[in-house]
Write a protein that binds this ligand. Structure first.
Ligand SMILES: [Zn+2]
Length: 243
């Protein structure tokens, strides 16, 4: 397999890593993004262990096979939890083409509350109304059985709020997944900031929240245009991400 294969997928995923770093969504050299490149989802691109999100280039991304146990013996092997979590997710959810996992500050703060639901208090929160699965059963790092358990929780939703851990977003494209990750973190930031005031929250009705979520979904080409703008900025300011 040549590194020139799946080039546009590599460039898009590298762009997502660089922007996650710019926005402070990353944590050290942990956290991982993957993108399926085969129809069954079992072949996917993922970041190699040890690279900071801000330095990842298209050619750094490694192509792995979710069914190949020798993957961790490779010299450029992925992080062990990255391999377990994303491998299980791509095996069990072939429609989730792009999977982004972070411990971003505000989503993780929400994951630390006894009640990790995100109430519909403004438009960004309403975007995720009835669209977030919540993992209530954290059982240690995402390895082995824990990775298999987590991979089955999304239930067709774009966001898995991982209690005691962080967040995972899954979508059919890098642009859509990144847009969801960006807006989910923004929504959590607003909710945490509002909670910190100690004042009563202005919670919208289920009907208004549901309608607003639907309007987000119907908004034309939003995620694609957002991601195209992010790519243009990197093309001007750090074009080596494409190498
Ligand atoms: Zn994690």
């Amino acid at each position: 397999m040549d590194k020139l294969d799946h080039w546009q997928a590599r460039v898009d995923l590298a762009c997502a890593f660089r922007w996650a770093a710019r926005l402070g969504l990353h944590e050290a050299i942990a956290n991982h993004f993957s993108l399926a490149v085969s129809a069954d989802g079992r072949q996917f691109l993922i970041n190699p262990y040890g690279k900071h999100f801000s330095e990842i280039r298209a050619s750094d991304l490694i192509l792995v096979d979710a069914d190949d146990p020798s993957t961790l013996d490779r010299p450029d092997a992925p992080d062990i939890t990255a391999w377990a979590l994303h491998g299980a997710l791509h095996r069990n959810q072939p429609r989730a083409r792009c999977v982004l996992h972070t411990h971003s500050k505000y989503a993780t703060a929400l994951a630390c509350l006894a009640d990790s639901r995100l109430p519909p208090i403004e438009q960004n929160c309403m975007r995720f109304f009835e669209r977030v699965a919540i993992d209530e059963g954290f059982d240690g790092m995402g390895l082995g059985d824990e990775a298999e358990r987590v991979s089955r929780l999304l239930d067709g939703k774009p966001v898995l709020l991982m209690g005691n851990h962080g967040v995972m977003v899954a979508a059919t494209s890098v642009a859509q997944a990144f847009d969801d990750l960006y807006y989910f973190e923004r929504a959590c930031e607003t909710y945490m900031t509002a909670l910190a005031t100690g004042r009563p929250l202005r919670i919208a009705s289920d009907e208004v929240a549901r309608k607003t979520a639907r309007q987000w979904l119907e908004y034309p080409d939003f995620a694609e245009k957002h991601f195209a703008a992010l790519r243009r900025m990197l093309d001007r300011e750090e074009v080596e991400y494409r190498l």
